[in-house]
Design a protein around this ligand. Structure first.
Ligand code: PMV
Length: 299
């Protein structure tokens, strides 16, 4: 069984599409995939999505599968890949990249050519280009490599050593966002008012730079303030929603050092940095929102 990680973006989504840095952390869950012999292959099944496609299928999934097969030169592989995501699609947790990387690894293993991290990430990027249109590459880099790191478009993930364990609560707004739609919306705003949007992107980039220092020194309170500021800037880019703001407010009210959306926005997930993340998850739960806690730095 081949695996790939889901991820949260601690700071920097959207700006990372335009060359600014972002900090991402792998989640202990993501996706798994395995490939078995199938004379009618290549085929891809994702039972959780009720999907069974071949590379000639015109759906996004079929075209993404075809892109990965093309990257691997495996268009004739007589196999069926079965992929299982363990995070929600459209939840801002990098589900599609995790599935893409797991599928690429399963194909590589089937062909007797196991992929290294760089290859798995590159094959995942081919997949993401179909699903997301203009991906920065952060999701596939973390899906393949894991850990916590700083990412810049076109460069490998640079791992950070954390100053201490970071407690993170991850809450689900219950609404699904389309990363492609959100990335396109920011692109349209950038065309319409380039100066204002470039300033917002620069401000996010600057937050990421000082956020790295906070993480390395283990200053959770300072990191939390960075999350709050980043959330305000993301709201200015119109990728926040009423539910996202509500989850952030609940988290702050329950003692979080800071909270923000994570991933594409427009729905999906919220993250909160807290000393006791389980208390944030409980506060969300008492208001009808699902969530879970993770500890970064000890996966
Ligand atoms: O929604 P997700 O989990 O795919 O995260 C997208 C992150 C963006 O910065 C909005 C897009 C990207 O490709 O970096």
């Amino acid at each position: 069984m081949e695996q790939a990680f889901g991820k949260v973006i601690l700071l920097g989504e959207h700006a990372v599409v335009y060359g600014r840095p972002a900090i991402a952390a792998a989640l202990p869950r993501g996706a798994t995939a395995r490939a078995e012999a199938e004379p009618a292959g290549p085929l891809l099944a994702v039972p959780a999505w009720g999907a069974l496609v071949g590379p000639a299928d015109s759906s996004d999934l079929g075209r993404a599968f075809s892109a990965v097969l093309g990257w691997l030169g495996a268009g004739e592989a007589r196999c069926r890949v079965v992929a299982q995501p363990s995070i929600p699609a459209g939840g801002g947790l990098g589900c599609s990249a995790a599935v893409g990387v797991a599928v690429a690894r399963a194909l590589g293993a089937f062909l007797g050519r196991p992929l290294d991290v760089g290859e798995a990430s590159a094959a995942g990027l081919a997949w993401e280009r179909v699903i997301h249109g203009n991906p920065s590459g952060i999701d596939n880099a973390v899906a393949a490599g894991g850990g916590v790191g700083v990412y810049r478009r076109g460069q490998p993930l640079r791992q950070i050593s954390l100053g201490l364990t970071v407690g993170l609560a991850i809450g689900d707004t219950g609404t699904r966002g389309s990363t492609r739609a959100m990335v396109e919306s920011v692109a349209r705003q950038r065309e319409r008012r380039p100066e204002a949007v470039e300033k917002l992107l620069d401000a996010i980039g600057a937050l990421v730079e000082s956020g790295v220092a906070a993480l390395e020194r283990g200053h959770l309170r300072v990191l939390g303030q960075h999350l709050d500021l980043n959330q305000a800037l993301l709201a200015s880019l119109l990728v926040s929603t009423a539910e996202i703001e509500e989850l952030c407010a609940i988290a702050r009210g329950a003692g979080a050092f800071g909270a923000k959306l994570t991933g594409g926005g427009g729905g999906g997930s919220v993250i909160a940095v807290a000393e006791r993340p389980n208390e944030i998850v409980q506060a969300w739960s008492s208001q009808g929102y699902a969530g879970f806690a993770v500890e970064l730095g000890c996966q």
